[in-house]
Structure formats: structure tokens, C-alpha cells
Design a protein around this ligand. Structure first.
Ligand SMILES: NC(=O)c1ccc[n+]([C@@H]2O[C@H](COP(=O)([O-])OP(=O)(O)OC[C@H]3O[C@@H](n4cnc5c(N)ncnc54)[C@H](O)[C@@H]3O)[C@@H](O)[C@H]2O)c1
Length: 262
């Protein structure tokens, strides 16, 4: 079956690069009207100009810092005036890595504010539009780091753990309004976020470490997460809500025990 989103307004928060950018294009291909946001006005406008060549008025970039509740409210107003939101993809996120006692209060608050409170802000202003329509779908980008711990990543793990559990709580509260809420939990995906880690420890070394760790023998590509987001947003997933789906090449299937026989 071909998944189509004709006549639907899809809002992608954090759509200017990586997983979000791939998701923007996939929904456009499926016929949606896509509103995408990000912090960086120049980057967003550049992506919008490139996408408009093929998708014309179906794609609109609106700068919005989800840290800032007033900006989120203004973003929601624009979409409300265009017919309301049918699908919300809460994808924005940042990664700052350190052990808890070495994390500054400023860094801790920044990670929690973007990854966790940002989803509170956007969902708070878009859910009423879905209640009004008595239908909708929200996909939160959590992480395998929201299901398990990582070394040197306490604030990120904390924020993504909250996203995963928030997803279940939200799913319960809005099921009666025909709004499904799910999360994707990516493993390492080749995006600017991954490249920042790779640059810090050395590209080749990083690639080798990940290739060895992932059962499937490689890290993921943004489009491989985007496809799961599209599926979860669609009627193909009409009986799925409150789930956290790992998109991780088998990483989370592992106990972490060493391999004894090679
Ligand atoms: N790349 C990975 O390995 C990986 C793994 C697991 C989960 N994730 C999650 O996937 C999501 C996308 O990450 P990515 O790897 O594509 O990263 P990315 O850096 O390419 O994209 C992040 C996006 O979030 C937006 N953003 C950041 N702070 C924002 C703010 N305050 N307000 C609005 N937008 C903001 C950026 O503008 C950008 O569009 C994140 O939530 C990330 O935590 C990524």
C-alpha cells in the first residue's frame, strides 16, 4: 500500500537537518503540506528554497526556538490559521555529553529545556488543534539513550528517558480523542549530531567502533528513521499508540555481555 498524506498539515519540529530534514522530504513526497521549523533561520530558508523548486507551496519554513514558549505559540497560530495540525513530529534535540558532576547547570538546563520541555511546549499548543479535529498523530524522537544508559551522557539520557515515558503518558490521555502518540528510538544515525562525535574522537576510529558495536554492522541513515516516522503517522499504524520503537540496527537487542565465541 502506498502511504499518502494529501490534504494533511504535517509539522516537523527540528526539520532543518539530519533526521528531521529527511522526514520533511518523505512527507512532501507523500503529498503532505509540510511546515518545518528549526533554530537557524539561514539554514531553514536555504532548505526551504531548495525544496520549493520541487514541492512549491507545499513546504514552509518557520523559525522557532522550542525553548521559547511564546515562539511556539506563534508557530501554532500560523498552522491553526492554515487548517490545523494533523501530524506533529517532535524531532528537535541537542546532545551535550558529560558525567553528571562535570555538567554545568547551564548545560544541564539547556539539554532538558530543548529535548524535554520543548516537547511539552509544542504538544501543549498543537494538541488542542487535534482535539478540535478529533484525530491526529504525534511522533516524538526519543533515542535508544531514552531506553538505556550511555557513558558520559547523563543529561541526554535523562531528557530522552523523559521523552519515552512522556510518550506513553500522552498516548493514554489522548487516545479517546483519536490522537495516537508514539516515539522512535534511533541508534546512531549519520547526521550532524553523529559527525560532531566523530570529529571529536576521530572519524575512522569512530566508524570502526560503531561498526563493531551494531549487530547489523553499520550505523543508520536519516531516511531509515524518517520511514518509521511516516509509517507511525499513517493509517497503517492505526492500532499503535504509546510505543517506543527502536530504530537501531539491533543495538538494543543486546544485553551488553561480551561475545565469547568469534
Ligand atoms: N543522530 C543520532 O545518532 C541520533 C540518535 C538518537 C536520537 N537522535 C535524536 O534525533 C533528533 C534529530 O537529531 P539529528 O541527529 O538529526 O540532529 P541535527 O543536529 O541534524 O538536527 C537537530 C534539529 O533540531 C533543531 N533544534 C535544536 N535545538 C532547537 C531548539 N532549541 N529549537 C528548535 N529546534 C531546535 C535543529 O535546528 C535541527 O533542525 C534529536 O532529537 C536527537 O536527539 C539522534
Amino acid at each position: 500500500m502506498n502511504i499518502q498524506f494529501n490534504n494533511q498539515n504535517v509539522v516537523i519540529i527540528g526539520g532543518t537537518s539530519g533526521i528531521g530534514r529527511a522526514t520533511v522530504e518523505l512527507f512532501l513526497e507523500a503529498g503532505a503540506k509540510v511546515f518545518f521549523s528549526g533554530r537557524d533561520e539561514v539554514k531553514g530558508k536555504t532548505e526551504e528554497t531548495a525544496l520549493k523548486k520541487k514541492y512549491k507551496d507545499n513546504v514552509i519554513f518557520i523559525r522557532c526556538d522550542i525553548f521559547n514558549e511564546t515562539e511556539v505559540q506563534e508557530l501554532a497560530k500560523v498552522i491553526e490559521n492554515s487548517g490545523g495540525c494533523d501530524v506533529l513530529v517532535n524531532n528537535a534535540g541537542i546532545l551535550l555529553g558529560s558525567k553528571l558532576h562535570e555538567t554545568t547547570t547551564e548545560d544541564w538546563n539547556q539539554v532538558i529545556n530543548v529535548n524535554q520541555n520543548g516537547i511539552y511546549h509544542t504538544s501543549k499548543y498543537f494538541i488542542p488543534q487535534m482535539i478540535e479535529k478529533q484525530r491526529g498523530s504525534i511522533i516524538n524522537t526519543s533515542s535508544v539513550s531514552g531506553l538505556y544508559g550511555d557513558y558520559d551522557c547523563c543529561a541526554y539520557n535523562t531528557s530522552k528517558g523523559a521523552v519515552s515515558n512522556m510518550t506513553k503518558s500522552m498516548a493514554l490521555d489522548y487516545a479517546k480523542d483519536n490522537i495516537r502518540i508514539n516515539a522512535v528510538c534511533p541508534g546512531s544515525i549519520r547526521t550532524p549530531m553523529y559527525h560532531a562525535c566523530a570529529d571529536a574522537i576521530g572519524k575512522e576510529k569512530c566508524e570502526k567502533m560503531f561498526t563493531k558495536t551494531y549487530p547489523i554492522g553499520r550505523i543508520g541513515e536519516p531516511i531509515e528513521v524518517a520511514k518509521v516516522i511516516l509509517f507511525l503517522a499513517s493509517d497503517m499504524a492505526s492500532f499503535i499508540t504509546g510505543t517506543n520503537i527502536p530504530v537501531d540496527g539491533g543495538l538494543s537487542a543486546h544485553t551488553g555481555q561480551p561475545r565469547f565465541m568469534d
